[in-house]
Design a protein around this ligand. Structure first.
Ligand SMILES: Cc1cc2nc3c(=O)[nH]c(=O)nc-3n(C[C@H](O)[C@H](O)[C@H](O)COP(=O)(O)O)c2cc1C
Length: 352
């Protein structure tokens, strides 16, 4: 992982230290169902798409903790139509993660329509389109946030996908590619006319990457302009954030990205509006072990080693794990080795 990405991930919104409270704040509606096209989400807390993170193991865990919709990491349509084995494996949907959206990345209507069909065949309840990825290699192909500069191309893409599948097609968009050229309201209206069933808005421009705070006044402008549900994404990490953002007219759900990394318990808190104490360390380790087992199945044990190394510091944040133990976990060549280091170094009883 690059140093820049590590900074982005570490800048995740801080959750409030969970003192148990009596009940949800007045008017709490994060736990209400939300219809998106023909699919009804059980609540309004969505697990955001995260490249390199949102495989089925991660999604199934998010769902188990209460996320009302889990969204896959972006999957390249070019890889799907070319039968790339690794790309096709990213389409896998397993039991226990529904409702689930598969997010597709691409710029060619035919390839995106064919990929949407493949995603539905794999088990997707919703197909989502990436119109936010700021990576130059992606934008050069006209995909990701480059689509925000070309409303006609973006609308053609959605139109072709809507014609190809019976499930709802949604779009995840940024406000624009640069602050100066952003026209999020115009773009949102075009996408709605093309048949998008919901829009997830991350209100930073692509050129801003993850700088500054997400300005949900922009999300509010989009929400006021369209009739489909708007899902707000960016810097939502506490019940207070959820209440503030869901109070915006037309914002019907929130997406949680960085704040839940290593803390899936957050979904439960945000759906209910009731904060809970941080889980006891044995419970945290048991959850990490369960997630690690799924990750090893999803990725194969060799790739799971590197994948899980990202997660260890996130799970351990806020616990008194000795620094040497945390470091030793990162050096272990196997997942089992890393977890044994944790259990032994932290004087926990080994798992039964
Ligand atoms: C590591 C990382 C990977 C991401 N991958 C995707 C992606 O594949 N598709 C997408 O639409 N957004 C992606 N995003 C953006 C997030 O879904 C979300 O909009 C953004 O992180 C702001 O929300 P947060 O403050 O809750 O993290 C990614 C963000 C991060 C940090």
């Amino acid at each position: 992982m690059s140093k820049r990405m590590r900074q982005v991930l570490n800048a995740r919104s801080r959750r409030t230290a969970g003192a148990p409270s009596g009940g949800p704040p007045a008017g709490w509606r994060a736990d209400e169902p939300l219809p998106v096209g023909g699919v009804t989400l059980p609540n309004r807390i969505v697990q955001a798409p995260l490249a390199g993170i949102g495989n089925w193991a991660f999604r199934r865990q998010s769902r188990r903790f209460g996320a009302g919709l889990c969204v896959s990491e972006m999957v390249a349509s070019q890889g799907i139509v070319r039968d790339n084995r690794k790309t096709l494996s990213m389409l896998r949907v397993v039991e226990g993660e529904s409702p689930v959206a598969i997010q597709l990345l691409g710029a060619e209507p035919e390839a995106m329509a064919a990929s949407a069909k493949a995603a539905v065949e794999a088990g997707a309840d919703i197909v989502d389109v990436n119109m936010g990825c700021p990576v130059p290699k992606v934008c050069k192909t006209g995909a990701g946030s480059a689509l925000l500069d070309d409303p006609d191309a973006a609308a053609r893409l959605v139109d072709a996908m809507v014609a190809a599948v019976d499930v709802p097609v949604t779009v995840k968009m940024r406000r624009g590619s640069t602050p100066a050229t952003s026209r999020p309201v115009e773009m949102a209206r075009r996408l709605e006319s093309a048949g998008a069933a919901a829009l997830c808005v991350h209100p930073r421009a692509a050129a801003e990457e993850y700088e500054g705070a997400a300005d949900h006044a922009i999300t509010a402008e989009v929400a006021a302009a369209v009739g489909v549900p708007v899902i707000a994404s960016g810097d939502v990490g506490s019940a207070e954030d959820v209440a503030r953002v869901l109070a915006i007219e037309g914002v019907e759900a929130v997406a949680i990205g960085r704040a839940a990394l290593g803390y899936p318990w957050l979904y439960r808190e945000l759906v209910s509006g009731v904060a809970s104490p941080r889980p006891a360390r044995a419970e945290m380790v048991a959850e990490l072990r369960r997630f690690a087992a799924d990750a090893a199945e999803a990725l194969g044990s060799a790739r799971a080693v590197g994948y899980l190394r990202k997660f260890y510091p996130w799970y351990l944040a806020g616990y008194d794990v000795p620094h040497e133990v945390a470091q030793a976990m990162l050096r272990e060549p196997t997942v089992e080795g890393a977890l044994s280091r944790l259990v032994e170094g932290w004087a926990l009883a080994p798992a039964a």
